[in-house]
Design a protein around this ligand. Structure first.
Ligand SMILES: Cc1ncc(COP(=O)(O)O)c(C=O)c1O
Length: 292
């Protein structure tokens, strides 16, 4: 089952009644004009929200990040109330799936209009149980920018969740060619960054680290929730600079993302990494309990 709602996303429409702002449409029918800048230029932003038994996980963090991406792309201020209402409505229309996901897309709209287009689409989640329990094999791939690129060249939009994900998908094909499942990007000056759709989390004894978002990394909603769980379990957490060669010294590594949640990394460039099944299960269970 899928459900789709079009939303008038700009804040100027906030005064209108909800029925005039949310328009349920048939997700199987064509809906987007061929001149939409999201389609022709990948000019827009999105979010993917995990849903467990009808409860959207980390919804406020996703809405906050969507608003932040809109600011970074100079899009109009978003009507988050309308978008939140659409997310809740598609979940309700979808029936109670155990795990599903909701995608929110905002494009710059049809060329020349300056009116953004937004839709909210629910779909059943992929079955990620194997990734969560057995782990994933990753390769390190150079993203080609130094770690301080976000401050030096903010127009590159590193750290925004834009629709331009062709590179993020190309690296997965490169990973498959190297007999791996996923990727950790590295900076051209030797730092560990993030996955193409996940954040890296590393355990060193009682310390849990993630590469600092200031390095042009998307601030992860799952990573933030995972840090809360690790703090509750007595670990110290920090956003740090991590050099590439530190990766093999970690006791455990994970990739954190919405829907898949915490996937242990079991090999980096063919080098085996121990999987901490107990911790992985404990954190995933806490995330799936829907309290965040
Ligand atoms: C580049 C990138 N980094 C990190 C993440 C993880 O973010 P979240 O945990 O909010 O899904 C994503 C999510 O898709 C991403 O695309």
């Amino acid at each position: 089952m899928t459900a789709c709602i079009f939303v008038s996303p700009a804040e100027e429409s906030a005064g209108a009644a909800r029925a005039d702002r949310l328009h349920p449409v048939d997700p199987a029918a064509p809906q987007i004009p061929v001149t939409d800048l999201g389609v022709t230029r990948g000019d827009g932003i999105f979010e993917v929200i995990g849903v467990r038994s009808g409860h959207p996980l980390m919804l406020e963090a996703h809405l906050h990040r969507l608003a932040n991406s809109a600011v970074m792309l100079d899009l109009p201020t978003l009507d988050l109330e309308a978008i939140r209402a659409a997310v809740l409505q598609v979940i309700e229309s979808d029936g109670l799936l155990v795990e599903s996901s909701v995608k929110v897309v905002v494009t710059r709209g049809v060329e020349g209009t300056g009116v953004p287009i937004c839709w909210v689409l629910s779909s059943p989640a992929e079955d990620f149980r194997k990734d969560r329990t057995e782990g994933v094999r990753v390769v390190l791939l150079d993203r080609g920018y130094p770690h301080d690129i976000a401050a030096r060249a903010p127009w590159l939009l590193t750290g925004a969740k834009t629709l331009s994900y062709a590179v993020n998908k190309a690296v997965l094909r490169e990973a498959a060619r190297r007999d791996a499942d996923d990727v950790i990007f590295t900076s051209s000056d030797g730092y560990l960054l993030e996955g193409p759709s996940s954040n890296l989390i590393a355990k060193f004894g009682s310390r849990i680290w993630t590469p600092a978002p200031a390095q042009g990394i998307l601030r992860g909603t799952t990573q933030a929730a995972v840090f809360e769980v690790f703090s509750e379990l007595g670990f110290s957490t920090a956003e740090v600079l991590m050099m590439v060669d530190q990766v093999v010294d970690a006791d455990a590594l994970w990739l954190a993302s919405s829907t898949r949640l915490l996937a242990p990394v079991r090999a980096v460039d063919g080098h085996e990494i121990a999987v901490d099944h107990e911790l992985s299960d404990a954190v995933n269970e806490s995330l799936l309990s829907g309290t965040r």
